[in-house]
Design a binder for this molecule. Structure first.
Ligand code: PEP
Length: 251
């Protein structure tokens, strides 16, 4: 029995209006297998996810959350609002938000904690820039991101968290990391979790690879022993490609 269920998670980013999503979901038909399938969509689409995906086995999630229950945070969205739409996952600390919206490691950490407190699963994104990789700072950067978000979590909370290794240089560039690179870093992340918590937790926590994953290259990542699935941007917008990736994850 595999200890970890594979997860194929789409990240639509800022794509699709509600009307476009309704057209997509109205025709989207996935045969559920042993892996999990998740689509993280814009906030304005989440009510449609519930309408079209409830009961299908396909899960839906959000791409962000504000780390407070409610209050004067104009333009933000609360965990309770997400929970009410039936969201089960929330992406925290995507590199686009860290870079474009200047989100700090500490702020991302608060998001992870509030998502857990509301009974949803955070997908914590970590990853190095090309500059950090080339200057030998990759592990330091990953450790900083993980420490800020994960330290202080109980074993049970860690097990409800998913970590996505997303090298910034591979996101949306068409230049995916090699499967070997993804494995080396995923193994490092698992070792780090062991140091934060225990070998048992490290063995069971799920680690995804993200960065230019396609129907063509997904199998190479899934063959690696520490990679438990993928976080997928561009390719998740195409129904056929997303389904073919999911099918491969179920093999
Ligand atoms: C992402 O958005 O997390 C991502 C990995 O994008 P892409 O698959 O397009 O590189």
């Amino acid at each position: 029995m595999p200890v970890r269920t594979r997860l194929i998670a789409g990240n639509w980013k800022m794509n699709r209006t509600a009307m476009e999503t309704e057209q997509f979901l109205g025709r989207f038909d996935a045969e559920m297998g042993k892996a999990e399938l998740l689509i993280c969509m814009p906030f304005t689409d989440l009510y449609l996810a519930e309408k079209y995906l409830a009961g299908t086995g396909i899960k839906w999630g959000a791409q962000n959350v504000y780390p407070a229950e409610k209050g004067a945070f104009t333009g933000e969205i609360s965990p309770g609002m997400l929970k009410e739409t039936g969201c089960s996952y929330v992406i925290c600390g995507h590199s686009e938000r860290r870079q474009i919206l200047c989100e700090s490691d500490e702020f991302v950490g608060k998001k992870v904690k509030i998502v857990l407190a509301y009974g949803m699963t955070p997908i914590l994104c970590v990853g190095e820039t090309l500059e950090e990789r080339e200057s030998g700072q990759m592990k330091t950067r990953l450790l900083e991101e993980m420490r800020a978000a994960l330290s202080g979590l109980s074993p049970e909370e860690l097990l409800r968290t998913v970590i996505a290794y997303e090298p910034v240089w591979a996101i949306g560039t068409g230049k995916a990391a090699t499967a070997q690179d993804a494995e080396t870093v995923s193994a490092f992340i698992r070792k780090t979790i062991e140091a934060f918590s225990s070998g048992g937790v490290a063995e069971r926590i799920r680690i995804l690879y993200g960065g230019s994953v396609t129907g063509e290259n997904i199998s190479s990542f899934l063959r690696e022993k520490d990679v438990d699935g993928a976080l997928i941007g561009g390719a998740s917008l195409k129904a056929e490609e997303l389904l073919s990736i999911y099918k491969k994850a179920c093999e």
